[in-house]
Write a protein that binds this ligand. Structure first.
Ligand code: ADE
Length: 268
């Protein structure tokens, strides 16, 4: 998998790609990352990358010329190494499709991601219309620029490149790959400040542990992200367990009870 990032702030990428899993993936030749300074493709003597908006208004707009030139350069350079038949040119923008694990998986099937880091009020519309093949937002909030979104995309996609993350099992089980949030994890000690690890995890009963973990994942998802349950693949046992959760939380019968007498008219 090759990534080429087009940015006006190349220095921002010095840290994140020189540490840990991404660094190791680069060193092992599993992924390649090219960083390109859009300013190097500016054509005026000030090396401008932005200009005032036609029609007036606040802020600056990124020029299309240097972005097209940088993208064409990055693509030619990448294809000189080997052809990349499955390429996407992504513009990072809060207006893009909202990134999730399904989209990450889709991007991981490609072999070349060119990521244009947007800035200022925006990017000349001709970049969206005639260069970008995809637009991605990493969340419904506005950042100062597209560099951090580019890092997020590279990180999330790289993890799915075979060999980048140690154990494929950890990928299969983790949050969201299964369509659910993950079950809770514990490691030693078995008791910490009086808080103990759930007994079942110490039992050695693998089937019971697997069932407990699945139910914890279902419970967490139901409590925190019920929207995910609509699309998660669920077994009949999962559905029965969710029914139990719903029944547990459903309001009890409306008959007056000792605990209800304190509210409303019953007091008067
Ligand atoms: N640029 C600014 N904010 C962004 C966001 N949330 N996602 C992608 N690109 C952005």
């Amino acid at each position: 998998m090759r990534f080429d990032i087009l940015t006006i702030l190349p220095g921002m990428f010095d840290g994140p790609f020189r540490e840990s899993i991404i660094k190791r993936a680069i060193d092992r030749g599993l992924i390649e990352i090219g960083i390109h300074n859009i300013r190097d493709f500016a054509t005026d003597r000030h090396r401008s990358t932005d200009d005032y908006p036609y029609g007036g208004g606040a802020g600056m707009v990124m020029l299309s010329g240097p972005i097209f030139a940088a993208a064409e350069h990055a693509i030619a350079e990448a294809d000189a190494l080997r052809p990349h038949p499955r390429r996407s040119i992504i513009l990072t923008t809060p207006q893009g499709r909202l990134l999730n694990q399904r989209i990450v998986e889709e991007l991981a099937t490609l072999d070349h991601l060119v990521i244009v880091c947007g800035h200022y009020e925006g990017v000349d519309e001709r970049v969206q219309e005639h260069l970008a093949t995809d637009e991605i937002s990493i969340g419904d909030y506005v950042l100062t620029g597209g560099e951090i979104p580019a890092m997020v995309i590279v990180d999330a996609v790289s993890r799915l490149v075979p060999g980048v993350v140690g154990q494929p099992a950890s990928l299969a089980e983790e949050s969201l790959t299964s369509g659910l949030l993950e079950y809770p994890h514990y490691t030693r000690p078995a008791e910490f400040r009086g808080w103990t690890v759930p007994e079942i995890l110490l039992s050695g009963n693998h089937a019971a542990i697997a069932r407990w973990r699945r139910q914890q994942a279902l419970r967490r998802t139901w409590e925190r992200r019920p929207d995910l349950l609509a699309t998660a693949p669920l077994t009949p046992a999962d559905r029965r367990f969710l029914e139990e959760l719903r029944a547990e939380s459903a309001p009890r019968s409306m008959a007056p009870s000792a605990s209800r007498v304190t509210d409303g008219d019953a007091e008067r």
